[in-house]
Design a protein around this ligand. Structure first.
Ligand SMILES: NC(=O)c1ccc[n+]([C@@H]2O[C@H](COP(=O)([O-])OP(=O)(O)OC[C@H]3O[C@@H](n4cnc5c(N)ncnc54)[C@H](O)[C@@H]3O)[C@@H](O)[C@H]2O)c1
Length: 283
């Protein structure tokens, strides 16, 4: 079945986490290119304030919790009512484990479940609710994973595990949707200057040192959310299977099968990593 490029001008796009750094930048960029946007986030005030910068006839702002599948079904129904269908869904809402890092040995009870509830089950709920519309429109699903899908997730296991699982949802969906003329892709942001990254950039001193050690050179420099938003717009138009943003991550991603065993081994042998992990576990 042939799949045309996606014309953002006039397309209806549902985006979760739309009040956050990446979500609001993506929504604003897509809206500027003519899309109708359905902004979904936890707080109505927060989505309203993003919507206030956009043209009202092409914007719908809704508060919803992605962990609630009935609510996500209601979001899809409201989007269809308002705009007649859905061409693109971006399952983007996500959380970190908070502003203090831990290992699996010292993780607070329940944190793994909390992170997975939003980052994995929330993506599943969003995608499941939207799939009939996406198939009908021969549209596109984009799931927000992270470079943590493939880099070592030490001291960030719940988040890294959730993002590896999200990658699998996007890749598999691409194959499942192909017979229906629809498509799916995975977004892999590197570090982006938004609240979710605070833990690794000052909020937790030890996490900051560990991340600096694990992510060398430019891979450690956060970019602005607008860099991600431009890459997302291009990627959706081309129905790209993967969006690596910033581009400096593309070779790391392409070579991950070769690099990961070497990097994992180096991190596991590094005395400075040992010292930081012990210190983090003792506090
Ligand atoms: N910032 C980074 O460095 C980075 C890197 C890689 C991937 N990501 C991913 O990008 C996505 C967006 O993150 P961001 O950087 O914009 O962070 P952010 O904290 O600015 O935005 C996340 C948004 O998701 C919303 N959200 C959280 N729980 C929700 C729920 N249950 N239901 C609905 N909305 C909910 C939050 O209210 C927030 O507005 C996340 O999936 C994140 O994991 C971020």
């Amino acid at each position: 079945m042939t799949r045309h490029r996606i014309d953002l001008n006039g397309a209806t796009v549902v985006i979760t986490g739309a009040a956050g750094g990446i979500g609001s930048a993506v929504a604003t960029t897509l809206h500027r290119r003519g899309a109708r946007v359905v902004l979904v986030d936890l707080s109505q005030d927060a989505v309203d304030s993003v919507a206030a910068g956009l043209s009202a006839p092409r914007t719908l702002a809704m508060s919803a919790d992605v962990t609630d599948k009935d609510t996500m079904a209601a979001v899809v129904a409201a989007a269809r009512d308002r705009f007649g269908g859905i061409d693109v869904v971006i399952a983007n809402a996500g959380i970190s484990s908070g502003n203090v890092a831990f290992t699996a040995s010292t993780a607070p009870d329940g944190i793994f479940e909390r992170v997975l509830a939003v980052n994995l089950f929330g993506v599943w709920n969003t995608v499941r609710a939207a799939l009939p519309s996406i198939r009908e429109a021969r549209g596109h699903v984009l799931v927000t994973s992270s470079t943590y899908a493939y880099v070592n997730g030490a001291v960030n296991i719940p988040y890294a595990a959730s993002k590896a699982a999200v990658e699998q949802i996007g890749r598999s969906l691409r194959v499942e949707l192909a017979p229906h003329g629809a498509s799916a892709g995975v977004l892999y942001p590197g570090w982006v200057a938004t609240p979710i990254a605070d833990v690794a950039f000052g909020a937790d001193d030890l996490a900051t040192q560990l991340v600096a050690r694990g992510f060398p050179g430019p891979l450690h420099t956060p970019v602005q959310a607008e860099v991600i938003a431009r890459a997302v717009a291009r990627g959706i138009e081309r129905r790209a299977p993967s969006i690596q943003a910033p581009r400096r991550w593309a070779p790391v991603s392409a070579l991950r099968g070769l690099l990961n065993p070497v990097i994992d081994g180096r991190l596991a042998r590094d005395p400075e990593m040992h010292r930081l992990i012990r210190e983090l576990e003792q506090r």
